[in-house]
Design a protein around this ligand. Structure first.
Ligand SMILES: NC(=O)c1ccc[n+]([C@@H]2O[C@H](COP(=O)([O-])OP(=O)(O)OC[C@H]3O[C@@H](n4cnc5c(N)ncnc54)[C@H](OP(=O)(O)O)[C@@H]3O)[C@@H](O)[C@H]2O)c1
Length: 298
């Protein structure tokens, strides 16, 4: 019988990308969600819906029953470590054999003293290491779908590129590349050793992004240094602090490294910022697809 894969965070930005790839591969997919109706609208009967909540251990136990592999993702917040550790504990009792975790960016974990989010993800990685379950931690750099959305909005408004991170260069990664690697890690014959540090294929400053935008839009595009971090609506104190810390660490140049991991695992080069901006600027609706633009702050 084909393996059953439980996807947490399935209705979110990255989770939806992971689910659609798993369904294309004819995998048996079960999603954990608090919103059954929304999951039904997204996938109908193409997968199993397990209604539950990270804060409800019984629902996690039910979701993990009969599962072979778990995709582990939860949003940034003060319960991140407790929520993800609870999923790991449920997976352990259910005899799950593999977990693929979306962790924090490598530089948040390596600079955990300066990042509450990095500290929380590091706690989960430590719990995974102690669990005895085979696991792969993926540490993606800043996602284009989040970090470049303020750039897309500004360009659509005829404005310059906001330089939220000063003159620092960043190797932004496309969430589709993260999803490709995650699905490979979930379905490969042998679990992949980690942590895997995932980045885009190039490192770009705001000025270099402005040059790319000028090429796409056939108009002069400069850089604006007035950019302020855009917080999501209802961001709690944890998120606000985490987002402020991301800005400082990225501004210090810590998100500029480029790794070859996406290429090594998928056999092709990572998607580029130019391709991402071309697609987003050509989109007829402001949000372009299912969720881009709703959170423009990480
Ligand atoms: N953005 C970046 O640049 C970046 C970089 C590195 C790492 N990351 C990591 O990526 C993760 C965020 O991914 P994302 O943007 O794809 O998330 P997202 O779009 O915010 O999705 C969050 C998901 O979590 C689920 N969820 C929230 N609370 C829940 C609860 N109490 N019980 C069960 N499910 C719950 C939601 O499901 P329902 O609403 O359906 O229940 C939703 O599917 C974070 O861990 C972050 O640290 C992000």
């Amino acid at each position: 019988m084909a393996a059953t894969i439980l996807v947490t965070g399935a209705t979110g930005r990255l989770g939806q990308r992971v689910v659609s790839r798993l369904l294309q591969k004819q995998a048996n997919v079960r999603v954990l969600t608090r919103r059954r109706e929304d999951a039904l609208k997204l996938w109908g009967d193409r997968l199993e819906i397990s209604e539950g909540n990270f804060s409800d251990p019984a629902s996690l136990k039910e979701a993990a029953r009969g599962v072979d592999a778990v995709f582990l993702l939860s949003p940034i917040g003060e319960t991140l470590a407790a929520d993800q550790n609870a999923v790991i504990d449920a997976a352990l009792s259910a005899g799950v054999s593999r977990i693929v975790k979306i962790s924090g960016s490598d530089w948040t974990i390596e600079s955990a003293a300066r990042s509450i989010s990095g500290t929380a993800h590091a706690q989960v990685e430590a719990h995974l290491a102690g669990s005895g379950i085979a696991y792969t931690a993926l540490r993606p750099n800043a996602w284009m779908q989040v970090a470049l959305e303020p750039v897309v909005t500004a360009l659509r408004n005829g404005e310059d590129v906001p330089a939220r991170f000063g003159d620092a260069a960043v190797s932004f990664i496309d969430a589709d590349d993260i999803a490709d690697v995650a699905v490979h890690a979930l379905t490969a014959g042998v679990p992949l050793a980690g942590p895997l540090v995932l980045t885009g294929g190039e490192t770009l400053t705001a000025l270099e992004i402005a040059r790319i935008a000028a090429r796409i839009l056939y108009r002069p595009v400069g850089v604006s240094h007035k950019a302020a971090p855009a917080l999501p609506p209802h961001a709690g104190a944890f998120e606000q602090q985490a987002i402020g810390e991301f800005g400082q660490l990225i501004g210090d140049g810590l998100a500029a490294s480029v790794t070859d991991t996406v290429h090594q695992i998928t056999g092709r080069q990572p998607r580029s910022v130019e391709a991402y901006l071309r697609a987003r600027l050509a989109a007829t609706t402001p949000t372009g697809d299912h969720s881009e633009g709703e959170k423009t702050w990480r």
